[in-house]
Design a protein. Structure first.
Length: 94
C-alpha cells in the first residue's frame, strides 16, 4: 500500500541547512568586518537590545543573588547537559 500524505511540511532540516549556513556565514563575515558595531547592530535588529553588551561580575552577582538554590542546581544541571551534548557533537564531526 502506498503512503498518501494529507499534509506534508514544505521545509525539512535538509532543505533548511543550506539557507541557515548562508545566513550565518554572512552574519559572521559582517561581524568580522564591522566588529562591535556590527554586533550591536545585530543585537538591536534581532533582539531589540541597545544596552550594555558586557556585563560586569558585580552586575551578574546582583542579578543572580536571589535565585533559589533548587533553581540554581537545575540551571547548573541543564548547562552541564547542553555542554556535554555540544562537546560530543563536536567530537563526532572531527
Amino acid at each position: 500500500m502506498a503512503i498518501t500524505y494529507l499534509k506534508k511540511a514544505t521545509k525539512s532540516p535538509e532543505s533548511e541547512t543550506g539557507a541557515a549556513r548562508k545566513v550565518v556565514t554572512e552574519m559572521l563575515a559582517e561581524i568580522e568586518r564591522g566588529g562591535e558595531t556590527a554586533v550591536r547592530d545585530y543585537a538591536s535588529k534581532l533582539d531589540r537590545w541597545s544596552g550594555d553588551i558586557v556585563v560586569s561580575p558585580r552586575e551578574i552577582e546582583r542579578r543572580t543573588r536571589d535565585i533559589p538554590a533548587a533553581i540554581r542546581r537545575d540551571i547548573d544541571w541543564a548547562t552541564a547537559q547542553v555542554r556535554a551534548f555540544a562537546l560530543a557533537q563536536r567530537d563526532s564531526i572531527r
